[in-house]
Design a protein around this ligand. Sequence first.
Ligand SMILES: [Zn+2]
Length: 342
Amino acid sequence: MITIFSEDHRLQDGKAELIDGKLVPCFEMPKRAEIVHARVKEVGLGPIEAPRHFGRAPIVRVHKPDFVAFLESAYDEWKSEHGDYDALPLNWLAPRMRRKLPERIDGKLGFYSFDAGTPITAGTWRAITSSANVALTAQAKVANGERAVFALCRPPGHHAGSDFYGGYCFLNNAAIAAQAFRDGGAGKVAVLDVDYHHGNGTQEIFYDRGDVFFASLHGHPAQEYPYFLGYEDERGEGEGEGCNANYPLRWGTGWDEYETALDDALATLRRFKPDALVISLGVDTFKDDPISKFKLDSPDYLKIGRKIAGLKLPTLFVMEGGYAVEEIGINAVNVLTGFEAG
Ligand SMILES: [Zn+2]
């Protein structure tokens, strides 16, 4: 299996995130991608190639142009007002407040974000556009006949919506790639999100569309970040009615319960009859993940890969979360080798 990877991911190297009432070093760190990259080489998964450049057009197919322009200029605006250190938002819209774009950067950060865990740094724009190019380069290879390609994206993307960022995510790499499949002629596309956290951004982007099915297995929003989306009764709306499937799972979920939900999600996607499959590949479902509460073990990721292969679809793997840094390479690559053996 070909892997697409860019060193530019290192340009996103935030100093701190707000979690548990403390500013702590970012869990979403460059070492994550380095360890996955090293594991891809170690097991000899296949060639590792650099991304091509696709420009802004495929990004604004799923993100609003004003949001993308904000991401591009946010750090410079922040730096000119506050100095050369990472930008974090201070406050957000509550229900019945007015959604009106403020002039100053502090207000804009709150307007376009939903958490304080996602610093905008000097290198953020280059890192996130590179990450999108990694996904698009891999997508193009799948569209041109590769059975499966691994987009080793960083920063991740699945929490980013049409006009908001958060959850370590800025541009939604999986959604950009899913749209690229559609624009390249695929009639229907399925996105399966196996990251521990609900892919709220991907759901939001495709919620009213019948051509892209979104299915997600994740920590139950009653217990887990991002809390305000990811329930079972969110099934899509309008033309997208019935094209969204959430599998919220409680803390402590282990393989048996996970497998039941995964089998159901895969059967649902099979009935949709998609032409291509995008996997939002997070491995923060691992038992030792520092910010998550599932109990999957490393061999379970081989089984996930094998089951995904059973759909027999052209498949794009897009790297998302996973914060047990020492094991992230083993677990992510286990999904890929399991797929190839399936
Ligand atoms: Zn996650």
